[in-house]
Design a protein around this ligand. Sequence first.
Ligand code: ATR
Length: 281
Amino acid sequence: MPEAQDSGPQACVIGWPVAHSRSPLIHGYWLEKYDLPGRYDKQAVPPEDFPEFLDRFAESGLIGANVTVPHKELAYELVDRREPAAEAVQAVNTIWLDDGQLVGDNTDVYGFLANLDEGAPGWDGGSRAAVIGAGGAARAVLKGLIDRGFSEIRLANRTFAKAQGLAEAFGPAVRAIAWAERDAMLDGCALLVNTTSLGMEGSPALEIDLAALPSDAVVTDIVYVPLQTPLLRAAKARGLRTVDGLGMLLHQAVPGFARWFGVRPEVTPELRARIVADIEQ
Ligand code: ATR
């Protein structure tokens, strides 16, 4: 009932533009499934208004929010306190109020790991991994892999200097690899992650030869439109285990919902099916 929804905690996703965000579908599904009072809306906030929006956060009645493009880096600068994942990624995608202070986290790290835990149990048994790309998503992936004990992470990026920058920032576990060496770097790697937009609908595919990957390696993509990217299709054709990127989107929403609404929600097949239907619309 509308009255019930209007009472209870209020959260939202803040972006510019924000119409494309699937977060309201995800959180709305959970509010309904667990029969919780509360709301989750979209807030379109232009970049120039974002600092003031955060200043007034406490008095707005919101208890927390997701932050999406283009505000994640500014949110990192402006929050009062940051969780370790946000520090590592240097971007904030989830905020909440704690005793009047605005706290920022980056749940992409959790989402990346939880997606692999669900889709490829045992994936983190090895010590070597290969990562393609050196943007914000790569930072979340590197933090996750280091947390899980990977000690040799080979990082290839079209612009080598950016891979070098991340290798310096993340320490000796991360090694920058020349773009032309990306096929060879797969040798002995337990995992390959694409963190670029290559393979996304409307973008060219990632060109990479998977021959050097061990037969028990796992391949995952952060792209989830389409669900089966050319990279994942090539990995399947080689008989490798694959994990698509949609689960990362779904799992990254879990910690925020748990904090704001008090129930740790489940990423169910039904939720996944709803988002897939929305993507295919
Ligand atoms: P995000 O924050 O989502 O990771 P980003 O910071 O724009 O996005 O990073 C995009 C990544 O995709 C970068 O690693 C980029 O490579 P460059 O650093 O060389 O720009 C990579 N990328 C995008 N288009 C690419 C292409 N056509 N070929 C190779 N890499 C590409």
